[in-house]
Design a protein around this ligand. Structure first.
Ligand code: GLP
Length: 269
């Protein structure tokens, strides 16, 4: 895993936007996996800004979102479809038909997973997957003890995730306890992965993901198996890392090398 530590969330957002921009500049028809939550908002703002200021185009890009709640319609204010439309898709030039979010209102939610996997495969697989991490180490909605070999399916949320996400719902509003999420295998099949985390409340999950044992108890630790995962975190989220100094040293060494050789081989295809 490559671990990049930033002084603040704005430099983290800029770097993650640089990586996404390079991918779609090289391959205009890139397939990008996207996440919801507060963490990637800075990245989306940055990409929107680049679209407006210098015409970064998403015209041919296809996207697949990680997950969606079961039982709330697309146009519900808290659906992940609404989140993506409001915070990203409606402000760039992407074709809406090229943006996929699992169908949380399907008559049979158990049928959604295999169909979603098929459409990712038909699109040629995910070139670059953007992830956040839950305080319990979940990615997508793969909660602790999710199979490390899982594909898209229905998952029951943990109490901690329900509480973490309750801030988005009115006190008396229906809050889903089930979600459809890409599996851990689906995520690991992406050619490149960026995982973003901000704030001290993510420090333990980041520690378990990067330095903990590979374990279904921290689903994000499965990323240790992936060849091209970059972890982008701010200082508070990095505060529990034992080898923090080493990751910074590696970053400086790589910057040096990149300046000399400018390899573009991290771009995925
Ligand atoms: C939800 C999403 C995850 C996201 C997590 C963290 O559970 N399903 O994809 O990573 O929240 O959210 P936040 O970035 O708001 O902390």
């Amino acid at each position: 895993m490559e671990v990049l530590i930033f002084p603040d969330s704005s430099s983290l957002a800029k770097k993650s936007a640089d990586l996404v921009e390079s991918q779609i500049t090289k391959y205009a028809d890139s397939v990008i996996g996207l996440a919801t939550g507060s963490t990637p908002l800075g990245l989306y703002r940055e990409l929107i800004e680049r679209h407006k200021s210098h015409g970064l185009s998403f015209k041919k890009v296809k996207t697949f979102n990680l997950d969606e709640y079961v039982g709330i319609p697309d146009d519900h204010p808290q659906s992940y479809r609404t989140f993506m439309d409001d915070h990203f898709f409606n402000q760039i030039d992407i074709e809406k038909s090229n943006t996929k979010v699992p169908d949380g209102m399907a008559g049979n939610p158990l049928e959604v997973g295999p169909a979603y996997e098929k459409s990712i495969e038909e699109a040629g697989g995910i070139d670059l997957q953007v992830l956040g991490v839950g305080t319990d180490g979940h990615i997508g909605f793969n909660e602790p003890t999710s199979s490390l070999g899982s594909i898209t399916r229905v998952k029951t949320l943990t109490q901690q995730t329900i509480e973490d996400n309750s801030r988005f719902f009115e006190p008396d509003e229906f809050q889903p306890k089930l979600a459809i999420t890409m599996g851990i295998k689906t995520i690991l099949d992406a050619r490149r992965i960026l995982i973003l985390a901000n704030g001290e409340n993510k420090a333990q999950a980041v520690r378990d993901m990067v330095e903990g044992p590979l374990s279904a108890f921290c689903p994000a630790s499965a990323l240790q198996l992936h060849q091209r995962t970059t972890v982008l975190i701010d200082e508070p989220a990095a505060s529990k890392l034992t080898l923090k100094g080493y990751y910074k040293f590696v970053g400086e060494m790589q910057d040096d090398l990149l300046r000399k050789h400018r390899p573009s081989d991290w771009i995925s295809r």
